[in-house]
Design a binder for this molecule. Structure first.
Ligand code: BDP
Length: 712
């Protein structure tokens, strides 16, 4: 139309239109994200709704236990809302269509808090060996309704594949959240133990609905005060809220607590008085919280105290705590994330070097908690070589749900694909089929203690996670900890149906966006195996030029090694020899650039700028292409989202729309800053067809963000 009218009028019309858009307040009606995936809005598929109503004429359950009450409450909240019809509870099982009952004698088909949902004539039976199993069964049943599945001829039996399914909050006692981008901590320590917010209960419901059964409410960079009597009362109050939902509380502890809290002369784990102190403290905790989960420990890492301060090993430290917890059934989660600034080993090698020699020395109620990759939650890393290298030790998986290195809470990154990539990776330690998932769930080496933890992305923002799609990452963590064989795509579909829309076409489109989203970020931040390119401290935005930090391996320049010759870090036997920490199968692949997968190429190799890639392009051309593809994909995602306007509630729609606009801007920022910086070494032109960066390299280098959120 504009072509036909004179340019002046055309400009005027466009100008007025954009003024109008600016002046019109966005529509923030409808769901704001608080209800997460437990929205329970009335189903609009009338045929299905009718069928459900017919099938669910009355419910029988024994609601005498605290968990039974929670089940009843959830059904009362969910079913009338979903079906638009009041719910009847029957006093006798015979007359009820939905029956939720413990097995008379424990079923051998179910382990732990597993459950069955079975059709039996006109009845639907949810059974389990435990009350919490019934709660999980109920949530699964509700998920079937929320995702509009048929309830006819159901024959479902599920048991969790991983025993401890945990959220680790990096929240401080003053409510600051380290690496949190969704507001302050949800735990209001000041008002506890008396003031128990509704949010705690809704948090518990959300966790129970996805099988999360353990939470650590405070930061791994812990505070000794958490073990003081006053704070333990606050912890007790939280534990009391969470118990009926099957959630145990664990605490991050400061290894130097005996000195800090009670003035002991040492915190040496082999000192008798110190051991006694921990035994007494543990007994004090169990008196208040009989089902207390145990301790999570970051020791001798990034300045935290630990057994190393006394010349003792991680096993000495972990075992001292394990012995104190054992009589009460508690566990120790001892982190393998050990970045000691005084170690001669490069950061990515340290965990393996320090822990593998200790294999076989840990008590059986200790699990060594390993980050998914050898460095630090980068957009892409190979799986950590510790998985498979400590056969006699239970190894826990630690994923990061909060997006410290993936765009904070304004970038849409569905992490299900990343978690699956790691879990499905084959360590090859016992031949083909020795997946990381089998190491974690204990099946590879026959460990009974199994753990998967995620560093939470939850805060006091109304929508919990800052970004509506951040909720999907909380959701997928729980679902995969329950069953790591589920696909990332299936889980995304569930989440979309429960959170955003039932419209089939829209769901397909949203799931496609989600499935591609993490790779887009890898492309515009750290393609081809690059890593650790972020700016210092807050980790916000690009900083590949940073080279002034205390230790060589704290600097991005250490990891990308860009120079006149080429780019990438040589981790073969000629370089850091990181490859030697993997099984021979992978050593052979990772030692040879021709065999190394493209996505990990520069993780393992330093290659010339004109290195010929599989695609036939040079390394420089391909690197640039990845950066531009990533940024273009962010723009595409933004366009795609706009087409969904009529099928998403306005508030959710607008929140995502605004975040995507930031993401597009920041994707270009990453792309331009990195391409310009690497170009200063490659000295090669931008391949044809790529738009020139808007600013100079100096401009990007000059940007400062002193108040970026979540700083450590
Ligand atoms: C790093 C974070 C830092 C954490 C550390 C950890 O930047 O804030 O304390 O991980 O895992 O990635 O302990």
């Amino acid at each position: 139309m504009c072509i036909k009218i004179r340019p002046f009028f055309c400009g005027l019309i466009l100008g007025l239109l954009s003024l109008y858009t600016l002046a019109t307040p966005a529509d923030f009606s409808g769901e704001d994200g608080y209800r997460l995936w437990l929205k329970y809005d009335e189903l609009d598929n009338t045929k299905l709704k009718k069928a459900y109503i017919k099938q669910l004429s009355g419910v029988y359950l024994d609601a005498s236990s605290a968990t039974g009450k929670v089940i009843k409450q959830e059904l009362e909240l969910a079913l009338p809302a979903l079906l638009g019809k009041p719910l009847t509870f029957n006093t006798k099982a015979d007359n009820a269509s939905l029956r939720i009952q413990l097995n008379q004698s424990p079923s051998a088909l179910i382990s732990g808090d597993g459950f069955s949902i079975q059709s039996q004539g006109k009845h639907l039976n949810i059974t389990a060996n435990t009350q919490v199993g019934l709660l999980y069964g109920t949530f699964h049943f509700l998920r079937l309704v929320q995702t509009e599945q048929s309830l006819a001829k159901l024959d479902i039996t599920q048991s969790p594949k991983i025993q401890l399914r945990m959220l680790n909050h990096w929240d401080d006692l003053d409510r600051h959240t380290e690496r949190g981008f969704a507001g302050e901590s949800i735990f209001d320590w000041h008002k506890l133990p008396d003031y128990k917010e509704q949010r705690y209960y809704d948090y518990a419901r959300a966790n129970a609905s996805i099988g999360i059964n353990g939470i650590v409410p405070i930061n791994v960079n812990s505070n000794a005060l958490i073990l003081s009597p006053a704070y333990l009362q606050k912890v007790q109050a939280l534990a009391d809220v969470f118990r009926p939902y099957g959630i145990k509380v664990y605490l991050s502890i400061k290894f130097s607590s005996p000195q800090q809290l009670d003035g002991l002369a040492t915190s040496d784990p082999l000192d008798k008085q110190v051991q006694q102190w921990w035994q007494n403290k543990t007994a004090e905790i169990y008196k208040l919280i009989p089902d207390f989960g145990g301790f999570l420990v970051k020791a001798n890492s990034e300045g935290q105290p630990g057994p190393g301060d006394y010349g003792r090993t991680h096993a000495d430290g972990a075992n001292m705590l394990a012995k104190a917890l054992k009589p009460f059934g508690g566990n120790v989660l001892w982190r393998a994330f050990v970045y000691a600034h005084d170690s001669e080993h490069e950061r990515s090698l340290q965990a393996y070097t320090e822990f593998v020699p200790l294999d076989g020395q840990f008590e059986d109620n200790v699990s060594v908690q390993v980050k998914n990759g050898p460095i630090d939650f980068q957009p892409r890393e190979p799986f950590s070589p510790l998985f498979g290298a400590m056969p006699q030790t239970s190894l826990a998986m630690e994923f990061q749900v909060t997006q410290e290195y993936l765009g904070f809470s304004t970038h849409l990154a569905y992490l299900g694909t990343m978690y699956k990539e790691v879990l499905d990776a084959d360590t090859h330690v016992k031949g083909t089929g020795s997946s990381v998932a089998k190491v974690i769930d204990g099946s590879l080496e026959g460990h009974s203690l199994s753990v998967m933890a995620g560093v939470a992305n939850i805060g006091a923002d109304r929508n919990w996670t800052g970004h509506i799609f951040g909720q999907a990452n909380w959701y997928v963590l729980g679902r995969l900890a329950w069953d790591h064989e589920l696909s990332a795509e299936q889980i995304a579909h569930e989440w979309v149906a429960m959170t955003l829309t039932h419209d089939v076409k829209s769901s397909e489109q949203i799931v496609a966006m989600m499935m591609a989203s993490r790779e887009n970020i890898v492309n515009y931040m750290t393609p081809l195996g690059l890593h650790h390119l972020m700016d210092t401290g807050h980790h916000y935005g690009p900083g590949p030029w940073v080279d002034n930090l205390g230790r060589a391996d704290w600097n991005p320049t250490y990891y990308h090694r860009a120079d006149d010759f080429g780019i990438g870090l040589d981790r073969t036997s000629k370089g850091t020899n990181g490859v030697s920490q993997y099984a021979p199968y992978w050593q052979e692949i990772f030692s040879d650039p021709a065999k190394t997968p493209d996505e990990l190429l520069l993780w393992f190799h330093h290659l010339p700028w004109d290195y010929k890639m599989r695609s036939g392009q040079t390394l420089w051309q391909e690197l640039v292409a990845h950066y531009y593809t990533g940024a273009a994909a962010a723009e595409q995602m933004q366009q795609d989202w706009l087409t969904l306007k009529n099928n998403i509630e306005p508030n959710q729609f607008n929140q995502v729309r605004m975040a995507l606009a930031i993401q597009v801007k920041e994707a270009k920022w990453w792309r331009d800053a990195c391409v310009l910086y690497f170009q200063s070494y490659s000295k090669m032109p931008l391949p044809m067809g790529f738009e020139k960066p808007k600013h100079s390299l100096e401009y990007y280098q000059s940007l400062k963000f002193p108040y970026a959120p979540g700083q450590g």
